[in-house]
Write a new protein. Structure first.
Length: 339
């Protein structure tokens, strides 16, 4: 008998399938090797397939959709509520099959291969930036052992490297100089590679209309605009800007009960990379609001009178997220309100 609803538990090599018919009776419960997945679903009539939005989920969604199936991805935290007792692959597939049938379930929109490529470029750039920071810290720490220091800032490290090159043997022994210059060479290579990635992102930004509209928002530059455009293929899945800000973890965590509202720190749920970009951009807006005549300057200055600077920064990031949703959902550009 053909299943009409299938739960697919993804893995690297061994997949688990759980399928039910129209009456809810289990008709398929089996393991599949990776090479068997496509042939198995080719033999099935078009059906509803549910899977968790985890690693490789977008790839399998694209592949199975080509076969005519209705494939839907769900956040793993939403599927967990339907897991019974012990956790294993068979139980996970059954929970997925149960969760995908719920009428109020929220699904993750599919990303195209192009937008996933842009996100891959973002993640690779982020990794190289972290490695650059590690190298800078290592060079500063090792040089301090020989009495060589430099002012704060990544650009000041070049002066420190020149001091190492010109230092006397009595100050920096030749063994240490060789090690430090090797780190300096790696730092230069990373800087060149990050620059090339920035140029690739800028080129994609110039050909993506949504990214260009997002860049009109204060605090959202090319990096933030391209990340938002690639990460949110369907902004209408959020009912409001506040729901989008909650998706990014920029709203207070609630612990309310008995009609009494208890709000804590921000939830920090959702995409941490997008949240970080918005907070970094909001930091720039808050700093400029103290002196420049920005549209948000009066609101920011009044907030700084009542709250610490970092709290005001996160509040500004929340405001930016809501504006970004409006720009994406309504097809408009940012229009500042007159001060």
């Amino acid at each position: 008998m053909q299943p009409i609803i299938v739960g697919l538990d993804l893995a690297k090599s061994v997949f688990q399938v759980h399928g039910v018919d129209a009456e809810g009776q289990v008709v398929v419960r089996r393991k599949l090797r990776r090479r068997e997945v496509i042939p198995f679903f080719e033999k099935l009539d078009p059906c509803l397939i549910g899977m968790e939005a985890c690693a490789t989920a977008h790839f399998w969604t694209r592949e199975l959709s080509k076969l005519g199936h209705d494939v839907r991805m769900m956040p793993p935290s939403y599927v967990k509520a339907y897991l019974r007792r012990q956790k294993n692959d068979a139980a996970d597939a059954e929970a997925i099959c149960e969760a995908v049938q719920r009428p109020n379930m929220r699904f993750v929109p599919l990303k195209s291969a192009e937008r996933q490529s842009v996100l891959t470029l973002h993640k690779a750039r982020e990794l190289l930036v972290r490695q650059r920071t590690m190298l800078i810290n290592a060079i500063r720490g090792h040089c301090a052992e020989f009495g060589l220091i430099a002012p704060l800032g990544a650009r000041k490290v070049d002066e420190l490297i020149e001091d190492v090159r010109s230092a006397d043997e009595a100050i920096v022994p030749d063994i240490a100089r060789t090690a430090l210059l090797a780190l300096a060479d790696q730092l230069a290579l990373l800087a060149d590679e990050i620059g090339r990635m920035d140029r690739r992102l800028l080129a994609w930004h110039r050909q993506d209309e949504l990214s260009q509209r997002l860049a009109t928002i204060p605090g959202v530059g090319v990096i933030g605009a391209t990340a938002l455009s690639a990460s949110i293929p369907n902004p209408t899945m959020f009912r409001s800007g506040r729901e989008f800000a909650a998706f990014l973890g920029l709203v207070p965590r609630q612990n309310s009960s008995g009609g009494k509202d208890r709000l804590g720190r921000i939830s920090k749920m959702g995409d941490g990379y997008l949240r970080k970009l918005l907070v970094v951009g909001a930091t720039s807006v808050v700093r400029r609001a103290k002196t420049d005549a920005l549209a948000a300057a009066p609101w920011v200055r009044s907030l700084l009178e009542r709250r610490p600077a970092r709290v005001a920064t996160v509040a500004m990031a929340n405001k930016t997220a809501r504006i970004a949703w409006a720009v994406m959902a309504r097809g408009e550009v940012y229009r500042p309100i007159a001060a």
